[in-house]
Design a protein around this ligand. Structure first.
Ligand SMILES: CCCCC/C=C/C(=O)SCCNC(=O)CCNC(=O)[C@H](O)C(C)(C)COP(=O)(O)OP(=O)(O)OC[C@H]1O[C@@H](n2cnc3c(N)ncnc32)[C@H](O)[C@@H]1OP(=O)(O)O
Ligand SMILES: NC(=O)C1=CN([C@@H]2O[C@H](COP(=O)(O)OP(=O)(O)OC[C@H]3O[C@@H](n4cnc5c(N)ncnc54)[C@H](OP(=O)(O)O)[C@@H]3O)[C@@H](O)[C@H]2O)C=CC1
Length: 271
């Protein structure tokens, strides 16, 4: 008889979510907590992290706000080891922290390039390296890396972020193959335009810019952090996605496929 699995249930499990103080990271952390899992949210601003932890605790789980810059490999290593020791396990890592702004490549300073690549690519590796060791030792775990579709198609004005996210995608596939035989899955989630303060300020700061982004989405709308978090929960859930590794789940309303050029996009046939 076919077994039908229950909805995501993370009871008894422990997750670390970077960038968990805002936007998508907060929604993923709360979705994990709704499923009964303990959660540690990581970022630089203590206030917003504590707010997330307070919201998560309402679901009866243990939640912690941990101030840490993911660019600091030693601090990341110490934090991850401490969390694993405190809880006696580490089941999931969500590499969601990011920095972004739009800049023409020729105007981007080396410092601007470094800031974004250090957070997105190096930070993801430091966290994954530290968490992966605990997961491999336990023979189970899930790593979820939040990227963006320009990781594979590129996009003008985003050379730092696209290069870093592209690196994360290559890292994901490499580690997925390296660790699959030892019980650790590594996947990517690629959201489309999502209503968050960080993205709004960095990528669509004006109403005109926002309308341009909206016009690029076949689904005709932005998404919400909560909608994105449901897909994250699927990938993190070993019962539902236990055979999924090295892949990208794109949650973008069709944005990367592009809008219609030859028709009005709502029907086929001649223009
Ligand atoms: C439409 C769908 C696709 C969307 C895909 C992706 C979306 C996202 O990623 S949304 C996430 C957005 N969230 C954030 O960006 C929040 C976190 N951001 C930050 O912390 C900053 O923006 C940061 C990335 C610049 C890092 O902060 P910090 O380490 O404090 O860096 P500094 O302020 O010291 O600046 C370092 C370096 O970068 C240059 N720089 C900063 N902002 C800009 C800018 N807007 N334009 C050009 N250059 C910028 C800054 O000048 C420094 O360079 P140097 O002076 O050469 O050292
Ligand atoms: N929103 C969107 O439209 C899209 C977002 N994404 C991706 O989704 C993820 C979340 O984005 P979103 O929620 O919109 O953005 P936010 O700006 O809300 O979230 C980014 C988070 O990263 C944290 N962060 C930034 N730098 C560091 C650092 N050096 N160390 C630790 N934490 C850090 C920030 O916290 P703090 O400042 O306290 O450190 C913040 O909580 C990112 O990976 C982004 O690239 C992808 C496609 C589209």
């Amino acid at each position: 008889m076919t077994a039908v699995t229950a909805p995501a249930d993370f009871a008894g499990q422990v997750a670390i979510v970077t960038g968990g103080g805002s936007g998508i990271g907060r929604a993923v952390a709360l979705r994990w907590a709704v499923g009964g899992g303990d959660v540690v949210v990581v970022g630089r601003r203590t206030g917003s992290l504590e707010e997330t932890a307070g919201l998560a605790e309402r679901y009866g789980v243990r939640a912690e706000a941990a101030a840490c810059d993911v660019r600091d490999a030693d601090a990341v290593g110490a934090l991850v080891d401490r969390v694993a020791a405190d809880h006696g396990r580490l089941d999931a890592l969500v590499n969601n922290a990011a920095g972004n702004f739009v800049s023409a490549a020729e105007d981007l300073s080396p410092g601007g390039w470094r800031a974004v690549v250090d957070i997105v690519l190096n930070g993801t590796f430091y966290c994954t390296h530290a968490a992966g060791r605990h997961m491999l030792a336990a023979g189970r775990g899930a790593v979820l890396n939040v990227i963006a579709s320009y990781a594979w198609h590129g996009h003008p004005g985003t050379v730092h972020s696209a290069a870093a996210k592209g690196g994360v995608l290559a890292m994901t596939r490499t580690l997925a193959a390296e660790w699959a035989g030892r019980g650790v899955r590594v996947n990517c989630l690629s959201p489309g335009p999502t209503e968050t303060e960080g993205a709004g300020a960095a990528l669509w700061p004006t109403d005109e810019a926002r309308q341009r982004v909206l016009a690029s989405v076949p689904a005709g709308r932005f998404t919400t952090p909560e909608e994105v978090a449901e897909s994250a929960a699927f990938l993190l859930d070993g019962r539902r996605a236990g055979y999924v590794t090295g892949d990208v789940l794109t949650v973008d309303g069709g944005q990367w496929l592009g809008r219609a050029v030859y028709t009005d996009g709502t029907r086929g046939g001649g223009a």
